[in-house]
Design a protein around this ligand. Structure first.
Ligand code: G3P
Ligand code: CA
Length: 399
């Protein structure tokens, strides 16, 4: 694992291994045990580095070189399926359980959001603060601080990742919150059935652990989160990320197309272009820039601006009012990967997919229709919490 000290050269350390990952699951039903064993076998092969058919690169868009050919987007190419925080509709976001499920469901890329620990390790976590998705309040009740992670000038009380060492963060349960809120999801999915027996699947993973788990099976779609916030704390997340990717062999011509770098911060992408230009960069929109009010609207001038340092854009899907906006981005040579396809559900308020809505459609039907709606505009891919439904939507739209 690579640890980084503030404003010092990064030190390469031995990669961490996850031990005791698969305790016995004797309390499970026969069906669940069989399914769980399949997932465990897959995980074991990845952590041990064993060669297997499952670990071979799939015939996905990663290998077909969509990222490499990114300057000439066409609507005819198979749209990229990006598992948003893993299969986060079905398992707790940014856990190995969610990443494993995303791979099982056929995602081309698995998304990571990055945060940084007190001792300088990149971890996969959406919020800069730990309490939404872990039991940090119970484990470290006195360890809250006040920080202004959003840069709004108003520090907020919270349990911020940057105030905890990796060893402390590894004590946290990052899965139970999800299953407590979404019991219906737990009933259906392998990744959930063994809780608390599969605790290691539900810890916050480091980027290094995720690389070891995912690499060569699917691509990584990594978001530089809260770049300026961490800069002010003495960490350069872009520099740290580039070093981790380099150390893991992704800088080579063979592997670079397995990586997308995304950020709401244009400064982060410009820095990445300078440090490691070989990875495709995606500007998320609207930009995270208090000086810019104009980036929520799609114009040819803005598309040209993004194309100067990025290969694509990741707009909030609501910014795409019609195929016209997609054409504007394509005309500038940009890929378009909008976020987030999850219907009426959110991370905190999932709905059972079979639940009927007031218009007599189900949540599932609604979600598939939403994906198809945007696919028809000619997007090049999209972020979804439900990779399996994305595949259904694509299949149903084939001529
Ligand atoms: O990165 C694309 C999408 O994930 C942006 O939203 O807040 O889920 O990171 P967020
Ligand atoms: Ca993200």
């Amino acid at each position: 694992m690579q640890r980084f000290t503030r404003r010092k050269s990064p030190t390469l350390r031995k990669a961490a291994t996850i031990e005791n990952l698969f305790p016995s699951a004797k309390a499970l039903s026969m069906i669940h045990q069989a399914a769980l064993l399949l997932l465990f076998a897959s995980l074991l092969m990845n952590f041990s580095g064993a060669a297997s058919t499952a670990a071979q690169p799939p015939a996905t868009s990663v290998n077909k070189g969509q990222a490499a050919n990114r300057t000439r987007p066409t609507a005819s190419r198979k749209p990229l399926l990006i598992a948003h925080r893993g299969a986060s509709g079905d398992a707790p976001e940014h856990t190995l359980a969610a990443y494993g499920l995303a791979i099982e469901q056929g995602a081309d890329f698995v998304e990571q959001d990055l945060q940084i620990t007190k001792d300088g390790v990149l971890i996969c976590l959406h919020d800069p603060e730990l309490s939404r998705t872990t039991n940090v309040r119970q484990v470290f009740p006195e360890r809250f601080t006040k920080r202004d992670a959003e840069g709004k000038g108003t520090p907020k009380k919270g349990w911020y990742a940057v105030d905890f060492t990796l060893a402390e963060i590894k004590k946290l349960d990052a899965g139970s919150w999800f299953y407590q809120l979404n019991a219906f999801a737990a009933a259906d999915h392998v990744a959930s059935v063994a809780l608390p027996k599969t605790q290691q699947l539900h810890r916050i993973p480091t980027l290094q652990e995720v690389i070891q788990f995912v690499r060569h099976r699917r691509g990584l779609y990594i978001e530089v989160k809260d770049y300026e916030y961490y800069q002010a704390l003495g960490f350069d997340m872009v520099k740290m990320l580039a070093a981790v990717l380099q150390a893991n062999g992704y800088a080579t011509a063979k592997r670079r197309t397995e990586i997308f770098i995304q950020s709401f911060s244009p400064a982060a992408l410009v820095k990445m272009k300078k440090l490691a230009p070989q990875y495709a960069r995606i500007q998320l929109l609207p930009m995270e820039d208090p000086q810019r009010q104009d980036t929520a609207q799609v114009t040819a001038a803005l598309a040209k601006e993004y194309a100067a340092y990025a290969q694509g854009v990741g707009p909030a899907k609501q910014m795409l009012k019609s195929a016209t906006e997609v054409e504007i981005f394509h005309a500038a040579g940009l890929l378009i990967h909008p976020y987030t396809f999850r219907g009426a559900t959110t991370a905190m308020l999932r709905k059972p997919l079979e639940e009927m809505l007031s218009d007599h459609s189900s949540v599932r039907q609604n979600l598939i229709a939403d994906i198809q709606h945007y696919l028809a505009y000619g997007i090049d891919g999209g972020f979804t919490d439900y990779p399996a439904l994305w595949k259904e939507a694509v299949k149903a739209t084939k001529p």
